[in-house]
Write a protein that binds this ligand. Sequence first.
Ligand SMILES: Cc1cc2nc3c(=O)[nH]c(=O)nc-3n(C[C@H](O)[C@H](O)[C@H](O)COP(=O)(O)OP(=O)(O)OC[C@H]3O[C@@H](n4cnc5c(N)ncnc54)[C@H](O)[C@@H]3O)c2cc1C
Length: 293
Amino acid sequence: MKASAFAYARATSVSDALELLHAHRDRAKVLSGGQSLMPAMNLRLISPELIVDIGELAELRGIAVTGNLLRIGALTRHVELARSPEIAAQAPLLAEAIAHVAHPAIRNRGTLGGSLAHADPASELPACMLALNATVIVRGRTGERRIAAQDFFTGIYETALSPEELLVAVELPAKPKNSAHFFHEFARRHGDYAITGLAAQALVDGDTLSDLRLAFFAAGDRPVLTKAASKLVGRAVTPAVLADAYGALSEELDPHDDQQASAAMRRHLAKVLLVRCVATLLRRPDLDAGGSA
Ligand SMILES: Cc1cc2nc3c(=O)[nH]c(=O)nc-3n(C[C@H](O)[C@H](O)[C@H](O)COP(=O)(O)OP(=O)(O)OC[C@H]3O[C@@H](n4cnc5c(N)ncnc54)[C@H](O)[C@@H]3O)c2cc1C
């Protein structure tokens, strides 16, 4: 199948793109790397009247470290994130996660902004934004809004973006000293969407964790920054503490059944991920000795 007929405009500046979006509202769609938009159009899941191509807007590209902040332009491609020394040094969780996003051909075109705006609940990068405490920066004709990543994702393929706004960048705190991260996903094949996954970062001080941010994906209608993390911070972690944390996590997750896995299987995998994550962050393989898989 091919897409329905549509008009095409190549934006010459951010303001030009915003004028076009304002004029056409929800009849228009932004095109970045096209790796999700074009398949959806070809399957006629969506039929926008106008495509606003922002791919030439150099001001939306690039990775910069300023003081304690890392700013990543929305048009930065997955491959650029994977190869960036700034990302490797300041957001190693993101560097690790990128390798799990689709395949090289898609990573060569797909962008960070496109992945976040698309908001697939099984996507890796939205969960990383929660784990890394990112701020999403969006721009409309009347100015910019800064939205905490945990408030940006509002449902399956839904975000806080209005049809007249562009996602222009994200900002992340640079990697704190004594921080450690964890990323793992269960997928049928490397590069497939996750069945369930976890992106996490914490401060580690000897035997204890603080500022633990556990972001599960493919475990609900959006990435989940679990409050159960509070059960694991500032104390010695024992199997009983872990069990308590899992009990709390289970109440927060709302996984679905599909052809890949049942909701019960996803809950089980979330528990496995929680145990592995804490064992990895604390370098305590004994916590995972029961063979959580
Ligand atoms: C075979 C295959 C496998 C895949 N596997 C994975 C996977 O494992 N994990 C994963 O996360 N993704 C996967 N994807 C999806 C894909 O990697 C990302 O969704 C994609 O990279 C999104 O970026 P893009 O630049 O291509 O966005 P586009 O396709 O251009 O746009 C996606 C959506 O976001 C909107 N949009 C784009 N940029 C902006 C912006 N700056 N401001 C506002 N709205 C915007 C568009 O209008 C559209 O609705 C896969 C895709 C394919 C085809």
